[in-house]
Ligand binder design. Structure first.
Ligand code: FE2
Length: 188
């Protein structure tokens, strides 16, 4: 069995300039975002069901994720685009309760860099750079920014091993599993 690389990492030049531009331009100034409201963290989210380009790039990045974490067996789970655009933006301290064993956080566009804290340490990625970490194991958050004037576009690409509940359990059970895990986490 391979030994999984559990280190948090930063990789540069994640995608070729052509691929990165295609992905960035797909989301930047996308009219769908104009009609959406922001959530409690001041951001708008688009999932891979609505945006199949996310799944396409998740597959494209799979070899990089396997190489980084030193696993030959992980597979894509789901991915999510987020655009932080409110004047006050934040991300609460949490561990993921979803299918996020391995996470690749890719920055698409931003004004000033906005650090992602993982287990107390700040990590800063620029466009076409990504932070890699184990989302279910490590606490991560962003410090609240009260005077944001720009738009920060990022994508969370998530991967799991084939024995993860996301793969082994039927889809209709997933919401219940996530709910249970969130309850257990709050109790511990
Ligand atoms: Fe998370």
């Amino acid at each position: 069995m391979d030994t999984i690389n559990r280190e948090v990492g930063l990789i540069k030049n994640v995608l070729s300039p052509y691929d990165f531009d295609r992905l960035r331009m797909h989301f930047k100034n996308n009219p769908i975002l104009d009609s959406m409201g922001t959530d409690e963290f001041g951001r708008k989210l688009l999932g891979d069901k609505a945006e199949p380009i996310l799944q396409e790039f998740s597959e494209l990045l799979l070899p990089k994720v396997r190489e980084y974490f030193n696993t030959k067996t992980c597979v894509t789970s789901y991915s999510l685009f987020a655009e932080y655009s409110d004047e006050t933006i934040s991300l609460e301290k949490h561990k993921d309760v979803n299918a996020c064993t391995y996470t690749l956080d890719l920055v698409l566009y931003q004004g000033d860099p906005w650090a992602l804290y993982i287990e107390g340490k700040p990590y800063i990625a620029k466009p076409n750079e990504a932070i890699l970490f184990m989302g279910e194991e490590y606490e991560h958050w962003r410090e609240t920014l009260y005077n944001n004037t720009g738009k920060i576009g990022v994508i969370f690409f998530h991967y799991v091993e084939p024995d993860h509940w996301f793969i082994t359990e039927p889809k209709e059970k997933h919401d219940e599993i996530r709910r249970q895990m969130a309850i257990e986490r709050n109790l511990s």
